[in-house]
Design a binder for this molecule. Sequence first.
Ligand SMILES: [Zn+2]
Length: 118
Amino acid sequence: MSNDKGTVKHIAEERIGILLDISERFFKGDGPAGVDEALAKKYIGLAMQIRRHYKIRTKDKRFGTICKKCRTILIPGITCTVRILGKEHTAVYKCNRCGTEKRAIFSSKPVATPLSSK
Ligand SMILES: [Zn+2]
């Protein structure tokens, strides 16, 4: 069957990916009309709507970097600034558009590299 749940969710997930790609390009100014934040935010809103409607848990990490207040993709150096709080093991992403802060906790354990684990 072409209309089963798996297929529909797959298509929806693909569309979310495309919408996020386009909105990221608009924020960076790679789009055909240069930087167009209003359109980029509209696409993010659409992607969030599709995600909510089909109850999709995307593996797309960009969803974790969307400002909840103004729907901006947080791109370090373009739409947000990143501060590392070493003692608290936290990275603070501050949105340049609305000033909302988002915190991400990272592990204190060093990451094993091929050279360090002999
Ligand atoms: Zn914001």
